[in-house]
Design a protein around this ligand. Sequence first.
Ligand code: SF4
Length: 636
Amino acid sequence: MTGERYFFDPGLRRSIEQILLPDVQLPGQYIGGELGETVKTADSVCGRVGFCFPDVYTIGMSNYGMLVLYSIINQHPDMACERVFCPFPDMEKVLREHHLPLYSLETFTPLWAFDVLGFTLQYELGYSNVLTMLDLGGIPIHRTTRPADIPLIVGGGPAAYNPEPMSDFFDLYNIGDGEEIFPELCSFWIDLRREAGIPQVRQSSGGWPDGGRKIGDSERFPYELRREMLLTVARKFPWVYVPEFYDVPRRASGRAGRPRPNQEGVPEFIQPAILKNLNDFLPPQNPIVPLVETVQDRISIEIMRGCPQKCRFCQSSPIKRPLRFRSIEQIVKTAEETTEKTGIRDVTLLSLSSSEYPKFEELMTTLRDTVCPRGVTLSVPSLRVNHQLSDVMKSLTTEKSSSITMAPEAARDEMRRRIAKKVTDEDLMKGCRAAFENGFYRIKMYFMCGFPGETDEDLDGIIELCERVARLGKEIRGRWPTIIANVSNLVPKPQTPLQWDAMASADYLRNAHKRLRSAKRSRSVEVKYHDLNTSLLEGLMTRGDRSIGRVIETAWRNGARLDAWNDYFQNSVWTDAIESLGVNTELIVHTPFQTDEELPWDHILNYVGKEKQLKEYLLSRPGGPVAMDQERLRNL
Ligand code: SF4
């Protein structure tokens, strides 16, 4: 790599390979160089973007959205996009011991040398990883301590729909679909930097300028300059939220209200960006082939965005609307191209409810005629349990899979009505029958516990339903199938109709798990629970306000790492942080909101709108809407 100027840092790469890799597990995740990665020369672009996934490589490389934005930005002639993942603690330790920064996989560039760092926030349990990555990458974690030449730190993704808990750390958030807005934002920021006289950090094979000085020149590029630049962005883009320009009112109850603008010209409410036509962006045609095994070693193709259903607990439904479809031509072309280029033979048709793709049968038939003869297998992970399910099962017979997943969420009709989960036992049993008849012998079923007004019958019903399915399998296949009931704990999420509800207490959920365990009779049924402590932490981080940033920082400083991983999650670090800061989790997590109360995330809008969600909430209440609510319902 001599002659041309690359971003590539040969010194850092050498150090990583020679010093670090012998000491860390799974070194392949830290060296890049995979088939399909994009490496641009420094002279060919005006700026570059680090796309950061706040979890480890094996999880992040399975994230479809990341690969999509990586591909889109790299198609931009003036910008380069490179990937950054959170290291496991063993890698973090050696990086720190050797005073080496976190870097991008494409060119071994330290995080501080980028123009923009975009984090996709898929789940709240990745928040401490954001701080690990910033800190290891040489970026001050607090946004107000960053001089203007430090990269712009952007958050996006589902968790950004309540941006407050992490708003001490992100300069700004992008709300909504990223395909159009994220490249636009990056390009705009790169221009602002140039106009402000901030030099792009480049290096050649000779090393970093100024002997590898870190950026962060607060004399030449003070925070006040950065603040001016951020204000320009906040005024320009209706889908950008810049926490600096909003104050959080605190009410007598101790709860935070809706953040209000403290500058003229910044929007009072943030509108989500919506990509009108999914077909405007072809899925990545040359996806990166990971060097190490990831959670999903397959090609993913998004066939539909949004979900036709409106389950009241579900955050994906309101934030991914409206419903949009990819054309069969694009799906087939992508399946052909990507399987050919990568050699990967498994294709997943991605959406929130794939069997509700309007031309599902035609799609499956076309794919079976085109790519399946070349040894490609198809999987359809999100099947809706309805009258079509048994037909859909039949159309899956050519796949090798022996396991199928369904999500009834609740076992009894009354609870399904309340959460608007349109599933009937009849459809479910028919679907299971078709699954067993078509060779499946393992059925995974997703349920939730902790719904407001839940009864013992609702819990017992989960086991009864699974045992009925098991008996059906025995009857059809002559041997006992495996039925796995995956039971998660309801966390009433922001932006959903159940956002006004409280999360059940730890005692309630513990007893519910106990009851499920003791109700189980059949050895054919396995019950798995989500860890109670991580659910409670998720409740705090998803429903919290700006004050939760202190908890996240304290826990991180005391060692919180990779909280979504059972092997690394340390509950006591979090409970100590909560206790030492006197945070009232009872109020934030376990107390319902009044329907006329402001919510801490009310400044972030979703496609459905609060009024409609309020109506859904009132309809969800145990025993139906109470008299006072009837009146409100009439007026909504
Ligand atoms: S079917 Fe699934 S994705 Fe769709 S609204 Fe219900 S829970 Fe959400």
